[in-house]
Design a protein around this ligand. Sequence first.
Ligand code: NAD
Length: 394
Amino acid sequence: MIIRPKVRGFVCVTAHPDGCAAHVREEIDYVRGKGRLENGPRNVLVIGSSAGYGLSSRIAAAFGSHANTVGVYLERPPAEGKPATAGWYNMAAFEQLARNEGLYAGSVNGDAFSTGVKKEVIDLISRELGSVDLVVYSLASPRRTHPETGWTHKSVIKPIGRSFTDKTVDVDKGIVHDVTLEPASQEEIEDTVAVMGGEDWELWIRALAEANLLAPEAATLAYSYIGPEVTWPIYHNGTIGGAKADLLHRAQRIEDLLKPLNGRARVSINKAVVTQASSAIPVVPLYIAILFKVMKAKGLHEGCIEQVHRLFADRLYHGGALEFDEEGRIRLDEREMRADVQDEVARIWKEVTTGNLTELSDIEGYRNEFLKLFGFGLAGIDYERETDLLVPAR
Ligand code: NAD
């Protein structure tokens, strides 16, 4: 089958197996190029490992630190005439490449919020690894079925308290327009916390601790974002920000739980990058397109793999004490938040329109990154060639 990108709103409903594999290899090459990480993690569980920050975390652990990894994700496999989701191809490629390297790479494709998947992962770790010394929690999901109540909570991206109007961009059409978002109801606020907050992270760590699968000094991380004030009504002060505040609160409880092991639980504040999750948030893609323009011009640009490599090499496993901000969070967003970067972004934000979008922002770079998430636009891939959808069968 010849596979072409089919973009529908903020998703691409097709994915290219060879392109996804090339994307995974690109991240592996980056990590390899940085050299072997001494004292890095040995056995790592990544929850949400098939895309974005979770994928880069799995790659940085395996190829930067020679770690065995278990990945959990929710992806659709290929069917006759229908490509798999990109994450499924990413994981197929990762597993193959990790095994070629002599590394253990086990995966569970299922709902990470469920008790059944937690049990499956626990069985896998106890059988194959014995314990894990790092657990990365990198889920981004629109819904969660609660394991006890059976209720399905849906997360919303809305402001809290009052409505909000600002610029956003239709990435595909290149149109800058205003968007108004009505404030979330109390129920929507609570639902978003139930999905994107820290309850499930805590359930995972409790389950692993009860099964005695956490190594001494085990660390666990969850990812979050703060960003500049222009995004605050929709992010930091909105429903998603409420969920992230819960994540931080849970980190403290999890760290208390890990005290007997001398373990650590931290939230890492990462920079804004193009992922399937971030492209679904209004306002944010326009901000990212402008941010890319400014950070690239200043030689500061980073994607997921550069961020996670820095997280491992300069923060978690650099051999010294772990540095936090005043709220105990690891900060990887210091380049994005530099005053000169944000002043420039704020100036452009006021001026940007449909007419000057290409000139004032890196919308082209944004589009390329977006398509790359689905395996399109990678060098060395012949997109005109008939492609086998069922990769592992090859
Ligand atoms: P992503 O969309 O690229 O990846 C999400 C992952 O979650 C995928 O592996 C997917 O399979 C998995 N997943 C979703 N629902 C699942 C389920 N029910 N069961 C199992 N797996 C499931 O997302 P991302 O942008 O990398 O986000 C990961 C984390 O990083 C989030 O907490 C996000 O808030 C945070 N973060 C993102 C950005 C950004 O700009 N994208 C910035 C800072 C922090």
